[in-house]
Design a protein around this ligand. Structure first.
Ligand code: MRU
Length: 348
């Protein structure tokens, strides 16, 4: 396994001999339990049911899921495996719609398969490991680039979980916060609790506490009030898909936080690897937004919290227009005030 370095002790996705092990993020912070998966259907379920979540982590998981699928299909029929494998790749690709990293990773699997002669498992396993390692390397680079934008003495607010749990390791927005903290640039770290799945309260806070980085949680509705108080200078978030014009899809509530940031002169930094940039999607309006079950809003930890008879609307993501973004930080560099030309220059 790669160098874990300081401020990064979690690996949510692990390959152990012949199987995929996923830290069940639904049970954090109370229990640290790894699920052992050998079947592609179980991997697709794990992505859809939030065992593993976060755009880069979903892509890495899908790449390992393809290894399991290829093993099964090759053992089943050494002539027809390429055709039958397509059904499994489509199953993985359909697990969640918004994070483009999923399709990006499966496209790399598809390209790799063109070169395979004989047993596909070792070749796809090497690819999945490479995708995993490249994500960690990208996160380290983004950490440096993003931290350099933050003036010493700044407070930051983040939303959702973008750390080691959401990526191959280290994190995107949380990687920038880790790097900025290590460089002594931060006066305070705030995290939205992030309803309804509480990724901020359960996961981001868990990671930061383990790293001994002080964090204050707030309910999502308190973000504008925090910004008005002057305690934060940057809103630092990740993304599930960045369109060709610089519009950003991210966890529901990011748009509201970015509007409030704009109003209060707080800068907005979006941190994401190039695998999150989708130049085939022209604008945010073209990004599919996942609508999740009503029960996630009406219930909390399996207990009903809403008036009986109420319905719920549960979009998992929203779109922050490029005009509200001060900087997009990728491993290839920073795009300030993103627009179509800036995104094109980054990706070409
Ligand atoms: O529904 P989730 O938990 O998968 O949503 C995750 C996010 O929105 C993250 O901000 C995004 O995937 C970037 S993770 C580095």
């Amino acid at each position: 396994m790669s160098d874990l370095g300081s401020h990064d002790r979690v690996r949510a996705i692990q390959w152990a001999e012949d199987r995929l092990q996923l830290l069940d993020q639904r049970r954090l912070p109370g229990e640290e339990i790894y699920l052992s998966l050998t079947d592609v259907g179980a991997v697709a379920d794990a992505i859809r049911d939030m065992v593993v979540r976060g755009a880069p982590a979903i892509g890495i998981t899908a790449a390992f899921g393809a290894v399991l699928a290829a093993r099964h299909r090759y053992m089943e029929d050494r002539q027809a495996w390429r055709e039958t494998l397509q059904t499994d790749l489509a199953l993985l690709g359909g697990a969640r719609p918004t994070a483009v990293n999923l399709g990006w990773a499966l496209a790399r699997v598809g390209e790799c398969l063109k070169t395979v002669r004989g047993d596909p498992e070792p070749v796809l396993l090497a690819l999945a490991r490479e995708i995993h390692q490249q994500d960690i390397t990208a996160n380290r680079r983004m950490g440096e680039l993003g931290a350099a934008l933050i003036e010493p003495g700044s407070g930051v607010l983040t939303h959702c979980n973008t750390g080691s749990l959401a990526t191959g390791g280290y994190g995107t927005a949380l990687g920038v916060i880790r790097s900025a903290w290590a460089a002594g640039r931060l006066s305070a770290v705030f995290a939205d609790e992030t309803r309804p799945w509480l990724q901020g309260a359960r996961l981001t806070a868990w990671e930061l506490v383990q790293d001994a980085i002080p964090v204050s949680l707030l309910v999502d509705g308190a973000a504008a009030h925090l910004m008005k108080s002057g305690q934060v200078q940057w809103l630092v978030v990740g993304s599930d898909r960045i369109a060709a014009n610089g519009d950003v899809a991210n966890k529901i509530g990011t748009y509201a936080a970015a509007v409030a940031a704009h109003h209060h002169g707080v800068k907005v930094m979006v941190v994401a690897p190039c695998s999150t940039v989708d130049m085939n999607t022209p604008t945010g309006a073209d990004i599919p937004i996942e609508i999740r079950p009503e029960s996630e809003v009406l219930e909390l930890a399996g207990q009903s919290v809403a008036a009986r008879g109420a319905k719920a609307w549960n979009p998992a993501f929203d779109i922050t227009p490029a005009q509200l973004v001060d900087a997009i930080v990728t491993e290839r560099g920073v795009v300030e005030r993103p627009d179509p030309a800036g995104m094109k220059a980054l990706m070409s």
